[in-house]
Design a protein around this ligand. Structure first.
Ligand SMILES: [Mn+2]
Length: 444
């Protein structure tokens, strides 16, 4: 997390403390490593809540925020330094490093959690903890709470109210600070460069995985340590599978290829989709469908202004796309009836976008029980309409079967209107026909 200033983490913790108050204590868990196969783990990535509040990247860490506590409000429980383990699996900050480099007031080795956590909860009314993610951790919390409740000859000391910390913290995470926007912008720039590289390199006879490799090479070369999600490279009718990640097929002349890929740069995700002809020129049917999706995308981006409702943007996009489906003979009937019956869902079955931040499908509410979320300055969301015509769709023009198109950009809402963070990658028909297959050479 070298690119986020230490005082930004302190400021985030201070806002959280203000929100929960001195009667409360909050616990956040970074998560364990996960076995991938036999004795090999998936590459570790800490929970975004812990990263957001501390920048601490190691597995198994537990962060406790107890506002006003005698020994300081921020406590980290972390893996201890261990010369032998560190020789095998990498450096550890240890409790000393947690204090020196990650803003903890106090830090302890993990093995002291059962001993020390009750002291941090004692006398506070509300315990904020996310239950239901890790059964072993849930059981541990219940056991420690039970111990506090059984304490004799003292006033009641255990928290009596359990709350989910996500409501407070995720509302904070939804609105990005300047230091976060700088990282998000860079993440988007890198992903845009990767998509452009794939367009330039693409030619018939390549495999989907070759474009995937090139995209992920550009991510890594720019210091983005992970793809933000499994890269999707779908040629031909693979593009009609929304989360196709097999990426094993040949890319054929006459087909489109849909690429949905973004990187994670300093823990901030980008998320871009482009669809373009493998050979560099659209067929008339491909062009018609593409143009319809592009117009819907541009109209939706223009709606990303302060106060716009997330749901209204989706509804407007549904309307635009349904009209296009009528015009292109994918659907028959009246616009209002087709929307009412949700007939468009045969070809457009997902929502128009999602929040973007440390997680690709970022946190923060879409609906508060009464109203859909309205956009505020500093929020970033994707806009990603699509049309997907499956090969076995009924009553559709033959030349449209097996075509899947999605166009996705990442959009920041500001007082001055929408800012497209992923504008560095072409999307007009003319620009794509120009750039696809124009050649890409590695510079190392
Ligand atoms: Mn997306």
């Amino acid at each position: 997390m070298q690119d986020t200033p230490t005082n930004a983490y302190a400021a985030r913790r201070a806002r959280l403390m203000d929100a929960i108050g001195e009667d409360a204590v909050a616990i956040f868990v970074s998560g364990d490593e996960k076995l991938r196969s036999r004795d090999t783990d998936y590459r570790y990535r800490a929970h975004s809540d812990v990263l957001y509040l501390t920048g601490f990247e190691e597995p198994e860490a537990i962060l406790v925020i107890a506002p006003g506590h005698d020994e300081g409000a921020t406590t980290l429980f972390v893996r201890p330094r261990d010369k032998e383990r560190e020789t095998w699996t990498g450096r550890r900050a240890g409790p000393e490093g947690a204090v020196a480099d990650f803003g903890a007031d106090t830090a302890h080795p993990l093995e002291e959690l059962d001993d020390k956590l009750p002291d941090l909860m004692r006398g506070r009314e509300v315990l904020y903890v996310e239950l239901g993610r890790d059964a072993a951790f849930d059981a541990r919390i219940h056991r420690l709470l039970g111990g506090l409740r059984r304490a004799k000859n003292r006033p009641p000391e255990a928290p009596t109210v359990l709350k989910d910390p996500r409501e407070v913290l995720h509302a904070m995470r939804k609105v990005k600070g300047e230091e976060e926007l700088a990282l998000l912008r860079r993440s988007c720039e890198i992903a845009a460069e990767a998509h452009l590289a794939a367009m330039k390199a693409c030619k018939p006879g390549m495999h989907e995985y070759e474009l995937q490799a090139l995209i992920e090479y550009v991510f890594a070369r720019n210091g983005a340590s992970f793809p933000a999600y499994s890269s999707i490279v779908g040629g031909g009718d693979n593009a009609t599978i929304l989360h196709y990640t097999t990426n094993r097929d040949l890319l054929r002349d006459g087909d489109l290829v849909l690429i949905d890929a973004g990187c994670e740069f300093n823990y901030y995700a980008s998320d871009i989709t482009r669809t373009f002809p493998v050979s560099g020129s659209f067929t008339p049917a491909q062009r018609d469908l593409y143009q319809a999706v592009l117009e819907a995308e541009e109209a939706a981006i223009a709606m990303c202004t302060v106060g716009s409702s997330w749901w209204d943007i989706h509804q407007a996009t549904v309307r635009t796309l349904t009209q296009a489906m009528i015009d292109l003979k994918l659907l028959k009937g009246s616009l209002d009836e087709l929307i009412e019956e949700e007939a468009y869902k045969a070809f457009y079955m997902h929502k128009t976008g999602h929040w973007l931040g440390m997680d690709v499908h970022d946190v923060g509410p879409y609906y508060d029980g009464e109203d859909y979320a309205k956009l505020s300055p500093g929020e970033v969301q994707t806009i990603e309409p699509g049309i997907y015509v499956s090969v076995d769709a009924e009553d559709v023009p033959d030349e449209m079967r097996g075509i899947g198109i999605r166009i996705e950009d990442d959009v920041l809402t500001t007082e001055d209107g929408p800012v497209v963070l992923t504008g560095g990658v072409p999307k007009s028909v003319e620009a794509l026909e120009d750039v696809v297959g124009s050649g890409y050479s590695f510079t190392v």
